[in-house]
Structures are given as structure tokens and as C-alpha cells.
Design a protein around this ligand. Sequence first.
Ligand SMILES: Cc1ncc(COP(=O)(O)O)c(C=O)c1O
Length: 338
Amino acid sequence: MINLDRNENFYGPAPKCFEALNNIGKLDMSIYSKAYLKGVQSDLSERLANDYSIEEKQVILGYGAEEILKLTVQAYLKEGDKLMVPSYSWWYYKKIAEEVGCGNVEYGMKKTETSFEYDADSFIEIYERERPKVIFIASPNNPTGNSIDNDTLTRILDKVSDAVVLFDQAYVFGLHAEETGDLLAKYPNIIIARTFSKYFALASMRIGYGLVGQNLTRLMEFAHRYLGFNYISEQVALAALDSPEYYEEIAAKMEADKELYYKELGAIDGFTVYPSDGNFILVEIPKEIKEPLKKFLLEREIVIKFMNEELLNHHLRITIGTQEQNAEVIKAIKEFFT
Ligand SMILES: Cc1ncc(COP(=O)(O)O)c(C=O)c1O
């Protein structure tokens, strides 16, 4: 079975991650982390604070980036408040808002024939009209794959300083330490959410983090865990951070395969492949082939995501797998037309 429907990374984690697991001793499983003796929350938060040149208290850890999103909503929204999210986005954003009884305000994106783009003017207009307390911006965005450029981001952030902004970078490749540190220094109401699930191929370790602007002390306190974090996940994540060459090599393979998808699927009549900065691509297909194509691929044991959302209902989201998996998917889709 080829399962390319959940944006996992099938190259697997770096060899050093397995070494870290092998080095976990019996007692490591039985005792709470001793990081507090150094005056920090955890080894991983200490390391991330160093990498991004921020204070250690500005790093919060969670059970994936998912938990960082939830903690943010729980800390800053209550019943009747509004969360502002992209209308083309991860469906789960809206669910998180519903869980605390608050409504969603949606902002669109500019959709051209070949891309999706953030639109600062319409964003600001909606913000000023609706005054949401919390805003989610995703870059790269799931499922459209586009990132927000610096100018657009700055224009937006300059106008929304009364709101808490969660900048979801679950799909970013690499750390981008300098730009990230600059963003945190300039915008004290921002939370940058990142994860080890995607680029670092550690989804089942369930570890993500938020880098939190100086004003957001409520979130820092709310996310603090008196008894520490999952020591094993942390050691594996640290090993991943120590393996940049391994991940750069994988990223290069994924970039090459995205180009292959653009070229091969883009050449099929009625298909539009949107450029993506994440480990997935969005493909618009003719409505009438949605069900037959899904069935055809399932018969070949290939699972990709056929979108069923209001605005994206004849679209596929294909996770970029290994080079072998991607070749199989392209081959099968081409065979469908023969
Ligand atoms: C846009 C986006 N943000 C955050 C996440 C959370 O991932 P995790 O909880 O594994 O870090 C996902 C997972 O698919 C996602 O698509």
C-alpha cells in the first residue's frame, strides 16, 4: 500500500535519531527529566532557545504543533470570541475554534490560474471589520502549499497588533533561525508553531514547539509543565536537529520530485498543479474523474487525499513520498488515461 494522504515523511528520520533511541537507558524511562536542575524546562527548549537566540521561556513544547494550536486557542479565546483562519486551510483549525465555543472568521486568498496567494488588503479589511482575538496564518499553507512572502506578512502584522497571531509553520523546511528571531523581536504577540512531524519525519514521536513573543506570558505559563516533557521524544528530536545534512538531502529529493509532479501531472488535460513549499502538492482535476480516479488508484493500492471541502472539492492533495512512491503515483495516474 502507498499511503500518501497524511503529509508524513516516508524517508524516515536521520540515523542519529535511532542512535538516540538506543542510548535511552532503563532509568531514563522511570524518572522525570532532570532539566529543571539547570533552570530550564527541558533539554529541547534549551537547545531551541539557543538555535533561535531567544529566551528559553519563549519556547513552549507540545504534543505536536497540534497542541501548540490548541493551547493558543485555549489561552486566548472564550465562548463568543472569533478566530480568523484562511478559508483554504487545514479543516482542523475550525474544529479547534468550535471546541472552545468560538466562531470562525474566514479570509480568502487570491487565486490565479496557477497559484494561491495571501492578500493583505482583503485580510486587513476583514480584520478591521470582525476584530478577531486570534488569527491563524499558515506558511506553507495546507492544502494550497503557498507561503506568505515577507512584505505581505509584515503589512498584515503591522495592522493586527491587538490580536494574537499564530503563525503555523508546520511545513517549513529547515529552521530559518535568523528570520525567525527577527520576527519574534519585532512582533511580541506572535507564536511561531513548528513541528518535528513533517520535515524531520518524526510524526509518531508527537513533538512540536511554539516560539512565543514576549507579550504572551499567559501562554508561556499555560503551556508550562511542572513535571517536564517526554524525555525520549526530546532526545530523538535533538538528534534530528544534529542531522542537518541528512534532512537537506531529503529536501532536495522532494524538491526534484515536486518538479516532476508539476511537469508530468501538469501536462494532463484539465489538471492544474499548484506550486508548493511543503511536502505535498495540490492538484485540481476535472470534477467528473474524481470518483473513477479514486477507485482506480485504490485498486492499485495507492491512497492520496481526494478533497471534499466546500472550496476544494475536485482537488487532490498528494504527499511527496520517496522517489519510488512518487514514480508509482505518476505512473498510475497516467495509466488511468490510457
Ligand atoms: C497545517 C498544519 N499545522 C499543524 C499540523 C500538526 O502537526 P503535528 O501535530 O504532527 O505537529 C498539521 C498536521 O498535519 C498541519 O497540516
